[in-house]
Design a protein around this ligand. Structure first.
Ligand SMILES: C[S@@+](CC[C@H](N)C(=O)[O-])C[C@H]1O[C@@H](n2cnc3c(N)ncnc32)[C@H](O)[C@@H]1O
Length: 309
C-alpha cells in the first residue's frame, strides 16, 4: 500500500471509541490494524470491530466512527455492562511473531490470557471472503495519506494524472483461483470483453507502509512484503488488493515499477504485453525473495524447482 502511514504521527487525537464499537472500514490507520478483526458472521460483512483487549482509543480519528448498532444481548455469563478485560497492556502492536501469512491477528503477544468469552479464533484469509480482500481500492487507502497532507493527490484522479488517462479498475477484471503448489493465483476472468492492453496499468501493490527495520516485528512474515528500496516495506498482509495474489514467474507477463504518484511512493504493476482473458498474471519477485524465504521457484520457465535469476 502504497501508503498507509503510521497515524500515530499523522492523526489528531479526536475522540475515544469504546471496546466492541464498530468502525468503518476506512483504512486510514495502521495502529488500528492491531485492534480490529473481521467479523465474518456479520450479515453485511462490511464492518470491522474493535478488539476489546488491544484498543488504542485515542488514536482513532473521529471520521472513522459511525453509530454502532445496538449490541446483541450478551450471553448470561457476562457479569456486567462494562465488559471484561480491557485491562491489558493496550498496545501489542506487533503481530504474533512468526505467524504464517493468512493467520489472523489479535492473538499475539500482548493479548494476554483471555477469559472464556474471548472472541472466536480468527480465520485465515482464504477462509474469509476473498471478494472482500479484493475490494480495497486506491481511494480507500492509499490517498488518505495525501489528503491528510493537503496536497494535490485525489486518489484515482491523481493516479489518472500519472497515467495521463482514465483509470480502469481491474479489480473487476481479475479473479483468484487455486494455482497448485503456489497457492492462490491471480487470473484475468475468462469472460473479459477485451484484452488488457500493454499500456494500461494493472494496479498498485497496496499494503501498509512499514519501516523496513526498527519496528521489525511488525513484519513477522515476509510473504506479502514488498521492499521499497530498503527504506520501507509495503506489507500486504491485511490491507491489500488483488495485486497481492500475483505469483512469481521467471518470465512474467506483468512488470513491476516504482513511481511517485503525488507524494506517494507506489509500486505499480504494468503489463509487459497485452493480456488475454483467462491468463494467469505473474510478476517477478526477485531472487532475494526466494533466498530470503528459502523456497524454490516452481514456475515453468525452466525446469522446476529452481532459483530465479
Ligand atoms: C505474494 S504471495 C502470492 C499469493 C499466494 N499464492 C497466495 O496464495 O496468497 C507469495 C507466495 O506465493 C507462493 N508463490 C508465488 N509464486 C511462486 C513460485 N513461482 N514458486 C513457488 N511459490 C510461489 C509462495 O508461497 C509465496 O510465498
Amino acid at each position: 500500500m502504497f501508503l498507509i502511514v503510521d497515524p500515530a504521527e499523522r492523526f489528531p487525537i479526536v475522540e475515544p471509541i469504546e471496546p466492541g464499537e464498530r468502525i468503518m472500514e476506512n483504512m486510514e490507520n495502521v495502529k488500528a490494524l492491531d485492534a480490529i478483526r473481521f467479523v465474518p458472521e456479520d450479515p453485511d460483512y462490511e464492518n470491522l470491530i474493535v478488539e476489546e483487549h488491544v484498543i488504542k482509543k485515542e488514536r482513532w480519528p473521529k471520521k472513522m466512527l459511525y453509530q454502532a448498532p445496538p449490541a446483541p444481548p450478551a450471553p448470561s455469563t457476562a457479569p456486567g455492562p462494562s465488559t471484561g478485560p480491557s485491562t491489558g497492556p493496550s498496545t501489542g502492536p506487533a503481530t504474533g511473531g512468526g505467524q504464517e501469512s493468512g493467520k489472523g491477528r489479535g492473538k499475539g503477544p500482548g493479548s494476554g490470557s483471555q477469559p472464556s468469552t474471548a472472541p472466536p479464533p480468527h480465520k485465515s484469509e482464504t477462509e474469509l471472503n476473498i471478494a472482500k480482500i479484493l475490494r480495497f481500492r486506491i481511494d480507500d487507502v492509499a490517498c488518505e495519506v495525501c489528503k491528510e497532507f493537503g496536497d494535490q493527490c485525489e486518489g484515482d484522479a491523481c493516479y489518472a494524472r500519472y497515467l495521463r488517462g482514465p483509470v480502469r479498475r481491474f479489480d473487476r477484471a481479475v479473479e483468484l483461483r487455486e494455482a497448485g503448489d503456489m497457492g492462490l493465483g491471480l487470473f484475468l476472468k475468462d469472460d473479459l470483453a477485451r484484452p488488457i492492453r500493454r499500456q494500461e496499468m494493472l494496479g498498485q501493490y497496496l499494503g501498509e507502509l512499514v519501516q523496513a527495520s526498527g519496528r521489525g516485528s511488525r513484519i513477522a512474515d515476509y510473504t506479502y512484503a514488498f521492499d521499497l528500496g530498503g527504506v520501507a516495506t509495503v506489507d500486504a498482509r491485511e490491507f491489500v488488493n488483488y495485486t497481492r495474489f500475483a505469483n512469481h514467474h521467471c518470465k512474467p507477463n506483468v512488470g513491476v515499477k516504482m513511481a511517485m504518484i503525488g507524494r506517494r511512493q507506489t509500486i505499480l504493476l504494468q503489463e509487459n504485453r497485452d493480456l488475454y482473458p483467462g491468463e494467469r498474471l505473474f510478476i517477478h519477485y526477485g531472487r532475494g525473495y526466494f533466498e530470503g524465504r528459502r523456497i524454490f521457484c516452481l514456475c515453468d520457465a525452466i525446469p522446476m524447482p529452481h532459483m530465479p535469476k
